[in-house]
Design a protein around this ligand. Structure first.
Ligand code: DGI
Ligand code: FE
Ligand code: FE
Length: 198
């Protein structure tokens, strides 16, 4: 029974990988594999479900390389309306369309996986352990290479809360420097961890 279960899981993972390979650039495909591994590692370390974390990591950027028409086809089909901030920032679209894609096209029913994908870009207040893990794995995966990546990697092994605060502070600073709008979910997540730390 166990052998059959793991065989089925491997088969599904291979199907997801083949799908991703056809939808993503090579760089984004490799990033997805790296985030899956990192999310699984963090799940094992912090007591979340490693298989769910792996699947969420694997699929989190599934619509990242889609064009505007493909995003809006999903938004229109599933009645997803965008706020002004969401309309202004294309980078936010793949989290919204990706969550709908895995639910409706891949028949993923696990709400925690769907929600982790939905909020992996902005984060939000009141995230589950799996949501936090995916958000952070996206920052600390092996393929990442930005100025503060070493600090982030150290923090993520020390404390999820400290890593979350650092990541949100880093993101908000970058957005302000670029003159981009900050999504209310990003602000709520930042406020929550900041107040928790006091
Ligand atoms: O898809 P990835 O590149 O792996 O990473 P991601 O999904 O975390 O996307 C990161 C981008 O999203 C980065 O360029 C900043 C942007 N982003 C995150 N939060 C916000 C945001 N952009 C705006 N405008 N507002 C936000 O609150
Ligand atoms: Fe992403
Ligand atoms: Fe990503």
């Amino acid at each position: 029974m166990l052998i059959n279960a793991s065989f089925t899981e491997r088969k599904i993972v291979n199907e997801y990988k083949a799908l991703l390979k056809g939808r993503l650039t090579e760089k984004r495909y490799n990033h997805s594999l790296a985030v899956a591994d990192e999310a699984k590692r963090l799940a094992q370390k912090y007591g979340a479900d490693p298989d769910k974390a792996f699947i969420a990591g694997l699929l989190h950027d599934i619509t990242k390389n889609s064009d505007k028409d493909a995003h809006f086809k999903i938004f229109d089909t599933y009645g997803i309306t965008l706020t002004e901030v969401e309309k202004s920032a294309e980078k936010l679209w793949h989290a919204m369309s990706g969550a709908a894609f895995v639910r409706h096209y891949l028949d993923i029913e696990d709400e925690d996986i769907i929600s982790a994908i939905r909020y992996h870009t902005t984060a939000k207040a009141g995230m589950s352990l799996l949501e936090i893990i995916l958000y952070l794995a996206d920052f600390t995966s092996a393929d990442r290479d930005y100025e503060d990546v070493d600090v982030m990697r150290e923090l993520v092994d020390k404390s999820l809360n400290e890593a979350l605060l650092y990541a949100l502070r880093y993101t908000i600073n970058e957005l302000i420097e670029k003159g981009a709008a900050i999504h209310p979910d990003t602000v709520s997540a930042y406020n929550e961890v900041t107040l928790k730390g006091n």
